[in-house]
Design a protein around this ligand. Structure first.
Ligand SMILES: Nc1ncnc2c1ncn2[C@@H]1O[C@H](COP(=O)(O)OP(=O)(O)OP(=O)(O)O)[C@@H](O)[C@H]1O
Ligand SMILES: [Zn+2]
Length: 475
């Protein structure tokens, strides 16, 4: 395998060699489900889905764990605000997230653990850290347990910072800690927080700190050492710095590579629930189809910043439609078997780009190039080259989770049976239009065409007869 990946911990692009030959283990920090997801959250899910598909393409058996943070400061604050149990807010948002991922074709993870289901694993880790002298009970009577950052010399290595330059951790008062930067592993019960959010422990009643949750869940499902840990770049510090500190101080190898995803910004700032500058998938679906949203999120390199704009979204949609139109035309003219995804080969430029730190934009440029060649072959009547280009394009698009003819897209985009019905109705109308033209009744022919346009059907006359596409502008 020639795959290379950027590793945040070394700040360099390194050869990826899995810990266990033939397998790969991945952990992605999932959402804190305090509110419905926005498209910034979905970007990470889509980018990791492409990584996972590429690892699978390399023949690796991928164990992909993406957690759900269903207890955390922000969620408890929301519960008080809404006078609703924290778990009902968490569950409702978790379901919205699952629906969004499904509509974008994000494969389900191998497992999706919820933090609240792993309190025993978290308590075990705390006990190990206390035992090894890396954690201590707060000196006030809060019941908090802190990680001792000065007792762990590697602290700051992941984010490339020196302890003295770091800000204090916001958990608990400085007077209760050995160092203001010490962060909470466990938070003692507070009378101001919802009373259904605490567990009994040897340190009193309390709840977990966010960082501890991921260390415990990654260990439970991926083992002491695993291949790739990821999340957005905003999580490098403090979240991932703290995760790695907890796990390594406990004697675990933890992540071998750290793969971080660039932010999706709106108005020059991170799209964020906390800032309120969010756009969700429902809003985008009024402008373009889910496959086009996926294209928009998946094509820019995963470490680049995406500055959301409607114009760029629409450009992505047109780029996707060029590929989709090409593949559909090939399937219509040559038959589905001739352009079967399994017959396709990945072109060398595509593979080289994907292997070089998942250069998805270069890989997509290679797909467009094959599309152009395929279109020229079609115009020249070279059906063999047309068919093999189309199969190739399908196979490469499949790595992106974007094969236009996969049931994911044909069955959801006005799709499946419905698409067949629509096709039959459009064909009938076009026959009437042809008949009108044959009897030189151009007024009727124009009316029929205008009616199709008004219904969102674009008709193009080609040497092989009329072709149509559906406009999905829902307004
Ligand atoms: N605007 C964004 N662009 C890309 N990734 C994001 C964005 N916002 C959050 N993420 C990623 O989504 C995942 C879940 O994040 P989490 O629920 O902690 O969100 P958050 O940062 O608290 O969101 P918010 O700031 O909207 O409250 C993390 O991997 C995080 O890095
Ligand atoms: Zn995490």
């Amino acid at each position: 395998m020639n795959l290379r990946l950027h590793d945040t911990s070394t700040r360099s692009v390194r050869d990826f060699t899995p810990r266990v030959s033939g397998a790969a283990s991945l952990y992605l920090c999932g959402l804190t489900v305090q509110a419905p997801p926005h498209i910034g959250h979905l970007r990470g899910g889509v980018n990791y889905d492409v990584l996972r598909r590429w690892l699978t393409h390399h023949g690796l058996d991928v164990n992909f764990v993406r957690n759900v943070t269903d207890i955390d400061d922000k969620l408890l604050a929301k519960a008080l605000e809404q006078d609703r149990p924290f778990w009902s807010i968490a569950y409702a948002n978790e379901r919205l997230l699952a629906a969004d991922y499904a509509s974008l074709g994000v494969l389900e993870p191998t497992y999706e653990p919820r933090a609240t289901g792993h309190i025993p694993e978290m308590l075990t880790l705390i006990a190990e850290l206390i035992e090894k002298g890396h954690a201590y009970l707060a000196s006030d009577d809060s019941g908090d347990v802190y990680f001792d950052v000065r007792g762990f010399p590697e602290y700051g290595a992941l984010s490339g910072q020196r302890i003295d330059h770091m800000q204090a951790a916001p958990d608990g008062p400085d007077r209760a800690k050995r160092d203001p930067r010490d962060f909470a592993l466990w938070k003692g019960e507070k009378p101001t927080e919802p009373q259904n959010a605490f567990w009994d422990t040897p340190y009193g009643r309390g709840r977990p700190g966010w960082h501890l949750e991921c260390s415990a869940m990654a260990r439970r499902y991926l083992g002491d050492t695993f291949d790739i840990h990821g999340g957005g770049m905003d999580l490098v510090f403090p979240h991932h710095e703290n995760e790695v500190a907890q796990s390594r101080a406990a004697g675990l190898g933890f992540a071998r590579y750290w793969v971080h995803i660039g932010m999706l910004n709106l108005g020059g700032e991170k799209m964020s629930k906390s800032l309120g500058n969010v756009i969700d998938l429902t809003a985008l679906r009024k402008l373009v189809r889910p496959a086009e949203v996926r294209y928009y999120l998946a094509v820019p390199h995963y470490r680049s910043v995406i500055d959301y704009s409607e114009a760029a979204l629409k450009e992505s949609a047109s780029a996707y439609r060029r590929i989709e139109g090409f593949v559909r035309r090939a399937a219509e003219r040559l038959g589905a078997d001739e352009v079967h995804v399994d017959r396709g080969v990945l072109c060398a430029d595509f593979t080289a780009a994907m292997d070089e730190d998942l250069n998805t934009s270069a890989a997509m440029a290679a797909i467009h190039e094959v599309t152009r060649e395929g279109n020229s072959a079609a115009d020249a009547g070279n059906d063999k080259a047309f068919g093999s280009a189309a199969a190739s394009v399908r196979r490469m698009m499949d790595v992106f989770g974007l094969d236009p003819l996969s049931p994911q897209w044909t069955e959801t985009d006005g799709g499946g049976d419905l698409r067949g019905t629509l096709d039959a109705l459009v064909a009938m109308t076009l026959e009437q239009r042809q008949a009108a033209r044959a009897r030189r009744d151009y007024a009727t022919s124009d009316v029929l065409r205008d009616q199709l346009t008004a219904a969102g059907v674009q008709v193009e006359d080609t040497p092989h007869g009329p072709r149509w596409t559906y406009e999905t502008q829902k307004g």
